[in-house]
Design a protein around this ligand. Structure first.
Ligand SMILES: NC(=O)c1ccc[n+]([C@@H]2O[C@H](COP(=O)([O-])OP(=O)(O)OC[C@H]3O[C@@H](n4cnc5c(N)ncnc54)[C@H](OP(=O)(O)O)[C@@H]3O)[C@@H](O)[C@H]2O)c1
Length: 285
């Protein structure tokens, strides 16, 4: 199928990742329909069914999700409704119409044991409500014959809230911060990830992937690097996960092994430091 014949459905197009996916589809002149909760509420089975009946969709990039990790511990039903029931509505239509589906999952489906990077086939052990719902979503997507499950972590992009924006905001009023230093993972820049996803959907290399920017870092060191590169005078104190005491449990080891990307002919994403520099430039423009 050439690019002109594709009509890609993007769910959650107003979100951090959806926004850059749409930009990258535009750059490639690939036709798309960008939707959000206003025009395609994924939790409404009838709306989803009618949508697929009325449009000729070639691929789905499913970026819509409930993403508030701590709030999900309280809003359990809403989290489940969007991430599990909503995903199942999309999966059912992809199955009915034989449409390849991209699903974004998370490092949080792992328990965070040890210090070795997790391989794509390692056993899941999701700790919190959000993580459990994203893993349930994975299991639903795996019923399809054509899927790309892409596990990502610590996402940042121009269109939404993320750790970098939070740090820069805090730097306006604080000169000391306590940041968790025993969770190690990799940031993922939505611009870099979107390029990979558009490459991916033009292949039939289906399966489970890990995709983040290269390199591992703790949240505390990530914050230090943000302040260093933006000349902010903020002292970062290391705290443990237990001391920070967030509502949702999170894995300490969020390292993901990304070798499958290269094995299947895809390019690795640039380092997180390089991505951070480009994101800060994007923020300033
Ligand atoms: N952010 C991270 O650090 C991270 C890490 C790992 C994996 N992921 C995964 O990556 C994907 C994209 O994340 P993101 O950070 O871009 O999320 P985001 O910025 O929170 O965007 C999520 C989008 O989903 C939409 N949405 C929510 N409920 C919906 C519904 N019922 N029907 C249709 N759309 C709905 C939201 O629309 P409204 O604005 O209208 O609510 C929003 O546009 C998600 O699958 C997420 O689980 C994210």
């Amino acid at each position: 199928m050439n690019d002109n014949e594709k009509i890609v459905l993007v769910t959650g197009a107003r979100g951090q990742l959806g926004h850059d996916i749409v930009k990258e589809l535009t750059n490639h002149n690939i036709k798309y329909i960008a939707t959000d909760s206003d025009d395609l509420d994924i939790t409404d089975e009838k709306i989803v069914k009618d949508f697929f009946k009325n449009h000729s969709i070639s691929h789905v990039i499913h970026s819509a999700a409930y993403t508030q990790v701590d709030k999900a511990e309280v809003e359990k039903e809403l989290n489940h409704k969007i991430n599990v029931y909503g995903t199942s509505n999309i999966v059912n239509e992809c199955m009915k119409h034989d449409i390849p589906m991209v699903y974004f999952s998370t490092d949080y489906i792992f328990g965070g044991e040890g210090s070795e990077p997790y391989h794509v086939d390692d056993k899941a052990n999701p700790l919190g409500e959000y993580a459990k719902s994203k893993y349930e979503g994975e299991l639903l997507v795996k019923k399809l014959s054509k899927y790309y499950i892409v596990r990502i972590s610590w996402v940042f992009g121009i269109n939404g809230n993320n750790f970098i924006k939070t740090m820069l905001k805090l730097a306006e009023t604080k000169n000391e911060l306590n940041i968790v230093s025993d969770q190690i993972g990799s940031p993922t820049y939505t611009v870099d990830l979107s390029k990979l996803i558009i490459d991916m959907i033009q292949t039939d290399k289906y399966g489970v992937y890990h995709a983040t920017n290269e390199g591992f870092v703790s949240w505390a060191d990530f914050a230090r690097e943000i302040f260093k590169r933006t000349n902010k005078n903020v002292v970062v104190h290391n705290v443990t996960t237990e001391e920070y005491n967030a509502k949702a449990l999170r894995p300490k080891n969020s390292r993901l092994d990304k070798s499958k990307l290269v094995e299947n002919g895809f390019s690795k994403l640039p380092t997180w430091q390089d991505a951070l520099d480009r994101f800060l430039k994007e923020l300033n423009n």
